[in-house]
Design a protein around this ligand. Structure first.
Ligand SMILES: [Zn+2]
Length: 252
């Protein structure tokens, strides 16, 4: 039996199994299934691809190079992520084709005018639900308001949700990247808060439309649903990422 991989019986996915463990078991099963499927294929085995079940969400996280990020400056505060915090940019984005220019603009402003090492946030989500990697998650974010960003995974939902309604796609994108963070950093869904909740009286961020989904528990439920059903958020760089970003900026 040594070395044999025996998948657990499917009835082991009970409530006693933690989210992360449950995910890893599903992942193992899926890889096993993919390997078996590839074994009889004349093309030979390709890269191990996880097979998603019908209830799982999948997406990609576009790397920094894809949105034309400048390098981060040296320095910044190293930290360990313990919670998740939601923001908006407070600048309307009526045409999503402008997302890449907008991210570059944020980074220039944060580095050149604010003197920060990088764009303030760790991840961004546009109104169509596309997810972008921003600041290195090992470095604490920055804020113009009075709260300590140490330990916060900062998610920027691009737009002004005091004047625009947040879209379903953007909510789902935020929930996907937060589920990824919950799993990646071993933190609970209940650590999610909005900027105005961690800096009370300082800001209206993330705007009334998005705040309503935080206050109602809807955003937490979407994150929890991803963790329960399983999900995949795959980092994408290089020519694949460039092609995807070209599609976004062309409005496809
Ligand atoms: Zn904010």
């Amino acid at each position: 039996m040594a070395g044999a991989i025996i998948p657990p019986p499917t009835d082991s996915y009970g409530d006693s199994v933690g989210d992360a463990e449950q995910f890893s078991r599903r992942h193992l099963l899926a890889l096993t299934a993919a390997g078996l499927a590839a074994a009889g294929c004349s093309d030979g085995p390709g890269p191990a691809v996880r097979l998603l079940t019908s209830t799982e969400r999948s997406g990609v996280m576009l790397c920094r190079q894809a949105w034309g990020a400048r390098p981060a400056r040296a320095g910044g505060r190293a930290h360990t992520i313990t919670r998740m915090t939601i923001h908006h940019s407070a600048v309307a984005l009526p045409d999503n084709r402008g997302i890449v220019a907008r991210l570059q603009q944020h980074q220039r402003y944060h580095q050149d005018d604010k003197g920060w090492v990088d764009i303030a946030y760790h991840a961004a989500v546009d109104r169509n639900g596309n997810i972008f990697a921003l600041r290195d998650t090992a470095i604490a974010g920055d804020t113009a308001t009075d709260y300590d960003t140490t330990g916060h995974f900062l998610v920027l939902c691009e737009g002004d949700f005091d004047t625009e309604a947040v879209t379903e796609a953007q909510l789902d994108g935020a929930a996907l990247v937060c589920a990824w963070a919950a799993q990646q950093f071993g933190i609970g869904v209940n650590t999610l808060a909005s900027h105005q909740q961690v800096a009370p009286g300082e800001t209206d961020c993330p705007g009334s439309s998005l705040q309503a989904h935080v206050t109602s528990g809807d955003l937490k439920k979407r994150i929890a649903d991803n963790l329960t059903a399983g999900f995949e958020l795959r980092p994408v760089c290089g020519s694949d990422a460039d092609a995807r970003v070209a599609g976004i900026t062309a409005g496809r």
